[in-house]
Design a binder for this molecule. Structure first.
Ligand code: FAD
Length: 382
């Protein structure tokens, strides 16, 4: 069906959403000579993130993510903090220092700030002649287009604060169900600013308690100090869709449910799927075939990883950390974890059956509830 589509170069392709997925698709379409209109329902890019710090993961490919972006024609003109060391604590406060020669991830800023990833993609898109329309919420797509409107529901939440600080730059995490059920808490500091969050896969209703425990733990363990703290949180939507088309329109990024189900590192999947959707419109290849070939193995592996991780409990996290800390090359160890090995292939049917969307999480009854999950912004397209 999609293979027969033709993109007339004089008819603009419409894109709903100016996140990394939508802007990447716009950039690649414009580079191929298409006219593109991006609709963004907010007044600026990255509105839901404020000035959040996020990690652009650098372990799923051997090639460095930034050089990969450059080779794919994408800008890297944004501020990055290469991470060569993460300090992780377990529930007994034992410390594990994970060192890597090549960056494990690059810290990037999200939101409308000048040095952010979103602003860099926006600058590149506008430079290529893309018509980006802010305060423009697309409700219906009539012609050729891509749906890139972000998460439509919440399977995980990350809640905490942005702040200014005198702390030295650094990256810390805690694996402890008492403060981040089935997830992890993290503290990221770069150039006098920081983000502290608990990333939870369950127990959303007790969000405030877990945030407070996270703050207490980082104060105790690494001397967290915050100035001008701003509360911030958001949702993540994980899905392994059968098809990532809505009618004839490709769905990209979190609108398709493309996410790292293990830890929520969704930016690269958003950018990767945006690139593939643009390619499918230009070359008339079937988008489902493209993402299933390039992204599905990693998505499936992350579902298996998530199910195993959620069964670990605090003692299991401790064992995983003890093993990881002794690995000579943590980046390649993680890369292997995100590949569909034989054991993962065997475990997949069990994991897929077991992984149920947290939309059904009984720990939140949604009644009179104001947790991030229930406040979660929906993409409002469907
Ligand atoms: C707190 C938090 C921390 C995270 N940390 C990390 C991390 O460290 N590393 C990582 O890789 N990932 C992280 N993620 C996930 C990552 O942010 C997302 O996977 C990524 O932003 C998805 O990109 P996207 O383009 O699909 O969607 P989004 O970035 O959500 O962009 C979608 C855009 O569409 C717009 N929109 C919605 N509806 C419409 C409409 N009808 N018309 C027009 N526009 C519309 C929205 O306003 C939004 O700007 C985190 C997420 C959260 C919430």
């Amino acid at each position: 069906m999609a293979e027969q589509k033709i993109t007339p170069m004089d008819t603009p392709v419409e894109i709903a959403g100016a996140g990394p997925a939508g802007l990447t698709a716009a950039i690649q379409l414009a580079q191929a000579g298409c006219k593109v209109i991006v609709h963004e329902r907010h007044k600026e890019v990255g509105h839901r993130f404020g000035r959040d710090f996020q990690g652009l993961e650098n372990w799923t490919t051997e090639e460095d993510v930034l050089s990969l972006f450059r080779s794919q024609g994408l800008t890297t003109d944004f501020v990055t903090g290469p991470c060569h060391k993460v300090t992780v604590f377990d529930y007994k406060d034992q410390m594990y220092e994970l060192h890597t020669d090549e960056p494990l991830f690059y810290l990037v800023e999200r939101g409308p700030g000048a040095g952010s990833l979103d602003s860099a993609l926006l600058r590149q898109a506008i430079g290529l002649g893309v018509d980006v329309r802010f305060n423009s919420r697309l409700r219906e797509m009539k012609g050729e287009g891509i749906l890139a409107a972000g998460p439509g529901a919440a399977d995980a939440i990350a809640v905490g604060y942005h702040f200014d600080t005198d702390m030295e730059d650094g990256y810390w995490a805690i694996c402890d169900d008492n403060l981040a059920p089935q997830g992890y808490a993290y503290l990221l500091v770069m150039k006098g600013r920081g983000t502290v969050k608990t990333c939870m896969f369950s127990g959303f209703k007790q969000e405030k308690m877990y945030v407070q425990r996270t703050l207490d733990a980082f104060e105790r363990l690494v001397g967290l100090t915050m100035k001008n703290p701003h509360a911030h949180g958001g949702t993540g939507n994980f899905l392994l869709p059968r098809s990532a088309y809505s009618g004839l329109h490709p769905l990209v990024g979190e609108h398709a449910g493309f996410q790292d189900t293990l830890w929520g590192f969704g930016m690269r999947l958003a950018i990767g799927s945006g690139r593939l959707a643009a390619r499918s419109l230009v070359t008339h290849e079937n988008y489902d075939k493209l993402w299933k070939r390039e992204l599905k193995p990693q998505l499936e592996a992350s579902v298996v990883n998530r199910v195993l991780y959620s069964l670990c409990g605090n003692r299991g996290y401790r064992r995983v950390l003890s093993m990881l800390v002794n690995r000579p090359d943590i980046r390649s160890s993680l890369r292997r974890q995100y590949q569909m090995s034989l054991s993962k292939r065997l475990a997949k049917p069990w994991a897929v059956r077991r992984y149920t969307s947290k939309r059904k999480d009984v720990s939140c009854d949604h009644v009179d509830c104001h947790c991030i999950w229930c406040r979660g912004e929906c993409c409002e397209m469907d």
